[in-house]
Design a protein around this ligand. Structure first.
Ligand code: NAD
Length: 397
């Protein structure tokens, strides 16, 4: 099948099997070009491993640290008529590359929030790995069914307390206009915390610990975002920020629970990047376009793979200097938050409009990053050639 991008709002409904494979291969090449990560983990579980930060974490663990990996995600396979989701093809490619490198890789497709998935993964760890020494928690989901009460919670991206008006980029039409978002009510806040907060991370770690499959000295990390003041009302001080605060609460609870194992839980605050999750957040795509322009000019721009490589190589393992902030969080958003970067982005933010958008913002960079998430626009892929939408994930065959 010849596969072309079909963009609907902030998602692309098709993905390119060979392009996704190239995207994975390019990420592996970044990690390998930097050499082996000393002292890295050897048996790693990544929850949310198919796209974005989770996929890059799995690649850094496998190809930087030489780790065996188990990945969990929620993706759709393709068939002869329709393409699957990008995360499916990413995983197919990852497993093939891991096998070629002599690394164990097994994947599970289904609902990570469920008790069943946790039990299935624990059985696989027992059977194939014994114990895991690192657990990455990188889920981004609009909804979660809590197995304890059977209720399905939905997350919203809204401010708390008062409505928020700011500039916004329509990524389809490239018009910069204004958006006003009404504040969330208490139920919406609670639901967002139930979906994107730390409860499920703790449930995973509790289940793994109870089953005795966490190695001595285990590390676990979940991801967060802070960003600049212009986005605080919609992010850090909004519903998603409330959920991230809950993740930090879970990190402290996990630290205590893991103490008998000499374990450690971390929250890593990562950079704003184009992923399937972030493109859905109002205001953020405009900020990212301006940020990319500034950081590329300064030579400090990173994508998810450079971020996760730095996290594994310099903060969690390798140099092992986590450089925690005053709240005990790892900050690989440090280059994004550098005062000179933020001053330039802030100036551009005040000036940007539809007319000067391409001058002040990296619109092409945003678009090409977005398309790359779905396997489009990668160098070395012949898009006029047939690609097989029924490409399978070896361990799920
Ligand atoms: P993403 O959409 O690229 O990845 C989400 C992953 O979760 C995918 O592997 C998906 O399959 C999986 N998933 C979703 N629902 C699932 C379910 N029910 N069961 C199993 N798997 C499921 O998102 P991302 O941007 O990489 O986000 C990952 C984490 O990083 C989130 O906590 C996010 O808040 C954080 N983060 C993102 C950014 C950013 O700019 N993108 C910045 C800092 C932190």
């Amino acid at each position: 099948m010849i596969v072309e991008p079909k963009i609907r709002g902030f998602i692309c409904t098709t993905s390119h099997p060979d392009g996704c494979a190239k995207h994975v291969a390019d990420q592996i090449a970044v990690v390998e070009s930097r050499g082996a990560i000393e002292g890295g983990p050897k048996k790693v579980l990544v929850i949310g491993s198919s796209t974005g930060y989770g996929l890059s974490s799995r690649i850094a663990a496998a190809f930087g640290c030489g780790a065996d990996t188990i990945g969990v995600f929620f993706e759709k396979p393709g068939d002869e008529r329709r393409t699957g989701t990008a995360g499916w093809y990413n995983t197919a490619a990852f497993e093939k590359e891991a096998a070629a490198a002599g690394l164990y890789a097994r994947s599970f497709n289904g609902d990570a929030f469920s008790d069943e998935m946790k039990a299935t993964v624990i059985e696989a760890i027992k059977a194939d790995m014994g114990k895991v020494d690192c657990v990455v928690y990188s889920l981004a989901s609009p909804r979660r069914t809590n197995p304890r009460d059977g209720e399905t919670y939905k997350s919203v991206l809204k401010p708390i307390g008062e409505s928020y008006t700011n500039k916004n980029l329509n990524t389809g039409t490239k018009v910069v206009d204004e958006i006003t978002i009404e504040p969330a009510n208490q139920e919406e806040i609670d639901h967002t915390v139930a979906v994107m907060g730390g409860e499920d991370w703790e449930m995973w770690m509790d289940a793994l610990q109870e089953a005795g499959v966490l190695a001595d000295g285990v590390k676990t990390v979940a991801y967060s975002y802070i960003g600049p003041e212009v986005t605080w009302p919609i992010y850090t001080n909004g519903t998603i920020g409330a959920a991230k605060e809950d993740v930090e609460k879970s990190q402290r609870a996990l630290d205590e629970k893991l103490a008998p194992l000499n374990g450690k839980a971390w929250v890593s605050v990562n950079k704003a990047l184009v992923t399937q999750a972030s493109s859905a957040i109002p205001v953020v795509p405009l900020y990212i376009s301006l940020l990319y322009k500034v950081m590329k000019a300064k030579g400090t721009h990173e994508d998810t793979i450079e971020q996760m490589d730095r996290l594994f190589r310099e903060r969690l393992y390798g140099k092992s200097d986590p450089q925690p902030d005053d709240k005990g969080r790892i900050r690989v958003d440090d280059w994004e938050m550098a005062p000179d970067v933020q001053a330039e982005v802030d100036k551009a933010w005040k000036e940007v409009n539809t007319e000067n958008l391409r001058e002040l913002g990296d619109v092409e960079g945003y678009d090409s990053s977005f398309l790359r998430l779905f396997g489009f626009g990668l160098d070395g892929v012949d898009y006029s050639k047939d690609s097989d939408p029924a490409t399978g994930v070896p361990s799920l065959a």
